[in-house]
Design a protein around this ligand. Sequence first.
Ligand SMILES: C[S@@+](CC[C@H](N)C(=O)[O-])C[C@H]1O[C@@H](n2cnc3c(N)ncnc32)[C@H](O)[C@@H]1O
Ligand code: SF4
Length: 395
Amino acid sequence: MSSLTSEQAKAESQPALGVYVHVPFCASTCDFCAFYQKQPTADEVRRFLAGIEREAALVAWPRAVSTVFWGGGTPGLLAARDLARLAEIVRARCGGAPAEWTVELAPGSVTNERLTVLREAGVTRVSMGVQSFQPALLDALGRHHTREQIHRAYERVRAAGFPSVNLDLMFALPGQTAEEWADDVRAAVALAPDHLSTYCLTFEEDTKLWVKLSQGRVKLDTEHEARLYEATWAQLAAAGYAQYEVSNFARPGHACRHNLNTWRMHEWIGLGPSAASQQAGWRGGNIADLERWLADLDRGVRLTEDRVALTPALLAEDALIFGLRTNAGVDLASWRARAPAAPWAVIEDTLATLAAGELLVREGAVVRLTNRGRLIADTIGAEIMAAFEPLVETV
Ligand SMILES: C[S@@+](CC[C@H](N)C(=O)[O-])C[C@H]1O[C@@H](n2cnc3c(N)ncnc32)[C@H](O)[C@@H]1O
Ligand code: SF4
């Protein structure tokens, strides 16, 4: 067992603080994806790295960092020397490597050189976007890797010795049968990752799949989706993966702490175009445009989009929306203490309606969704948001 560094020990003893770095570069755009990303030029990568350094210097760092997450886009697309530079910037701000440090990789760009840089920098967790093992389904997603690339990448990641490895899978894909999905889950389990994220395809506006949906070339089937959700939960439980959130499953000790802290409404600092932050009494996002983000930084400005005050009402609302997506649920007693001025009468009404519909159960101070509730967690989230809408203050 490795012992904690003094910075890691300090972070453990204080309220959690996460750092999210958005790397906005991909080799190509998948047909389903609405995350901000583009194909980079060498000059854009150079200016992005300089921008991250400048943005990090503008942040008031309140305390030691507990977790880091590099997402995107595809952080693993950066050349090894650029990964090393980004790691250097992050480590300088965090006083070394945090206890959990995740990097998203796409199977097509996993090389030993990149993995060595990441491992030596102190990255502890690799998350790989597999989506499917089946060529026809990958093709339907506009995704350009092969089954062989997935296996080769996974072997390299394991050989490099990362303590925790996640695979992302997607289901309810156009034309995908229940058997094909079960085969994908089986193929993932056969690799024995520590963590699995299984995402139901959402049709995001302005993606190629969204266009197909609006033209009637693909169809939504919510009952089929619900059956796939339930089949996934059973299949992964039988394989030893505990569900801890609607889309997330882990072997003991491998739940993603960064995401859990975010869902529990702790603070995080987002760096990079489109990254959100929640810190020092407000939440906001960086502009989802590399050039405008850089121009903002030149003027010494960050977080220009959707700024809202972190009022007790907003914190309680989001603690419910995200907390109810977790299997642990939400401890209302601790939230009453943390946000005493939240509109508890509205909250109790909303929860009572969900309980009456057998979508939620209450055990002491803890509320959690039933399986039936978890199947429609998105709808429940939208209802909670609507109930709180009049109480959110923009700044
Ligand atoms: C931010 S993406 C980045 C991962 C990485 N670039 C990759 O694709 O290899 C993280 C994950 O979100 C999921 N995802 C992205 N768009 C989605 C959508 N429209 N519906 C469902 N899942 C989605 C995919 O599983 C993807 O791996
Ligand atoms: S899913 Fe991943 S690789 Fe595909 S466009 Fe989105 S971020 Fe890039």
